[in-house]
Ligand binder design. Sequence first.
Ligand code: SF4
Length: 375
Amino acid sequence: MSTASATLLDTAISTETACRRIAELKHQLGEKLLILGHHYQVDEVVQFADQLGDSFKLARIASDAKDVEYILFCGVHFMAESTDILTRPDQIVVLPDLAAGCSMADMANADQVETAWDALTEHGMRSDVVPITYMNSTALIKAFCGRNGGVVCTSSNAEKVITWALRRADAAAREHRGPDARGRIVFLPDQHLGRNVSYELGIPLKDMAIWDPHALPEVNLDNGCDNARVILWKGHCSVHTKFLAPHVDAVREQYPGIQVIAHPECTFEVVQKADQYGSTEKIIRAVTDSPPGSKWAIGTEINLVSRLAKQNPDKTVVSLSGINCLCSTMYRIDPAHLMWALENLVDGHVVNQIQVDQETAKDALVALDRMLVLV
Ligand code: SF4
């Protein structure tokens, strides 16, 4: 390691200069370095990604990247945490800006989840409840699921994971309460993904209830969580919930024949009105594989929609809403931060390393591994 002091961040640097320097630094680090980029990143960052994907695809790539020393994650904090958990202890994961968090992940903290779990336990429900957490959650919540027989899911595999968890919950319920008993799941932290996918699996809305972490446990139990098949944590994505049902009507009026595809983090009303819904990777496949002349309105983050429009000039590709639905935390990863992180790696300094403590990582890995063998 170098004894020189770390290079300081230069936020005033021009994008052009930063990009030129990033290319040089990336070349210097060679095969020691893997840059992972999420689809919601800006094009100036995406151009340097060795692999581009959604959180599930990137988690898989990270777990297979046995030979690299440094993984620079251009995404948000929970993704870098998952990468650290899935890689060897000697591999270094860097998030170029530590302020790149996720408001949805912050909507479920470990204390709130433990409080809910204690209430379910006191109510005699614990033995047949399986917790599921969306990938978009902190390592502590993934660890909670690992410790309590639960699992992680992504928007690509939520159907399979919920099906698996309900079967597991039902088996436990039969064992503890008799042959006709049914189990239940707690879905963290995105109520919309949990509701949309559970409904698609045939569970009616009346069998779902919301757990509000800011309400008293007894109020949540009285409001239906004492008897629901699916308990939905009251969290949401501030980007995807900006799409509204009237946007679907408006875009259909403006572009007759257009197909609407929405991410499952969108509300139930939007997903029900859309022609189809699916993960980021499914959205990309749907647009890319459609014939020339196809028209698409997409309910997801604007950087991905704009990229798809550029990559498919023979099709009409527009955002589902007139508002630019931008993930402001993803947007924090810019060329200046990327250059700064790489400069320091080349100089022998690791900045913004993401390290999950061993105990948490061990439990979180249990929940992540359960997911990876399921799909
Ligand atoms: S798009 Fe939503 S869920 Fe994804 S990182 Fe941004 S705030 Fe979090």
